[in-house]
Design a protein around this ligand. Structure first.
Ligand SMILES: *[C@@H]1O[C@H](CO)[C@@H](O)[C@H](O)[C@H]1NC(C)=O
Ligand SMILES: *[C@@H]1O[C@H](CO)[C@@H](O)[C@H](O)[C@H]1NC(C)=O
Length: 261
């Protein structure tokens, strides 16, 4: 029986049972500093705790992430490589408004996508830039190699997170590979709104990449880290960004013009 884990970072609580035995899943490596200038680190206030997520810059005013990363307040760090250091390139920006998808379901985790309107426009430079949204959904056929990055946990056997940005390559899978995530025991996999990625015969997975981080295929962001199995074994499930392009554009337009959402 698979127990599901939302790939969010909880500094205190951890849903992983001890001794899950998947061992180290440090199957990625440290990213070249600032080679992913669209990466955002999110600090989220929830109750009396802070949690962390990933995200990515899609316009000067908006970061995209997962809806399950929502909280009472969110601050975004851009231009970072080592989040524990004060790097010249870093910019902290408060989120003015979090816009989770109105059909986000916190049980099935369907429509796990959220736009964050920043308090001010970001100054773009060599260390902070945008990632293009997908122009087509075709690039995520099974077998395609994509990559994911994050400051999340490095192993399913301990709670340490990485201060530096890590990245890993993952292969897109067919829907059957995510057949274990079924609705008798949510969350559940829906191929219309989700992408299944990570080869179960290999160790590379996105446990190390936080929730909300981007699955990048051919230079475009095709997925958002959403959920996986508690054992930390691949595959994991990503929100299918292409499905949500009309929603993204509509919400950016409405919130820029001050219209109700
Ligand atoms: C980018 O970051 C590096 C390392 O922190 C720094 O040396 C460089 O000047 C930065 N570039 C810009 C445009 O901020
Ligand atoms: C991870 O954190 C949880 C909650 O604090 C704790 O119960 C568990 O023992 C920790 N696991 C490891 C391997 O440190």
């Amino acid at each position: 029986m698979l127990r599901m884990l939302i790939l969010i970072l909880l500094p205190v609580a951890c849903l992983l049972p001890p001794g899950t035995g998947a061992g180290e899943i440090i199957c990625g490596h440290e990213a070249k500093p600032h080679s992913r200038p669209y990466m955002a680190y999110l600090e989220i206030r929830r109750g009396n705790k802070n949690i962390a997520c990933g995200g990515f810059l899609v316009s000067k005013n908006f970061v995209l992430t997962a809806a399950h990363c929502n909280g009472a307040s969110i601050t975004v760090l851009l231009g970072a490589h080592n989040i524990n250091k004060q790097e010249q390139s870093q910019q902290w920006i408060r989120v003015r408004r979090a816009i989770p998808h109105w059909k986000y379901n916190d049980e099935t985790l369907n429509n796990d996508i959220m736009l964050l309107q920043l308090e001010r426009a970001v100054a773009l430079n060599g260390n902070i830039s945008l990632i293009p949204l997908p122009t087509s959904g075709q690039q995520v056929r099974p077998g395609t190699v994509c990559s994911v990055a994050g400051w999340g946990r490095r192993s399913s056997s301990n709670n340490d997170t990485s201060p530096t940005l890590l990245e890993v390559d993952l292969k897109v899978q067919d829907s059957e590979a995510c057949g274990n995530f079924h609705c008798q025991m949510p969350p559940c996999y829906d191929p219309l709104t989700m992408i299944c990625a990570g080869d179960r015969h290999q160790c590379q997975n996105s446990l190390q990449g936080d929730s909300g981080g981007p699955l990048v295929c051919g230079g475009q962001v095709q997925g958002i880290v959403s959920f996986g199995s508690t054992s930390g074994s691949p595959p994991s499930v990503y929100t299918r960004v292409y499905t949500f392009i009309p929603w993204i554009h509509e919400m950016m337009k409405r919130s820029q013009s001050g219209d109700p959402l």
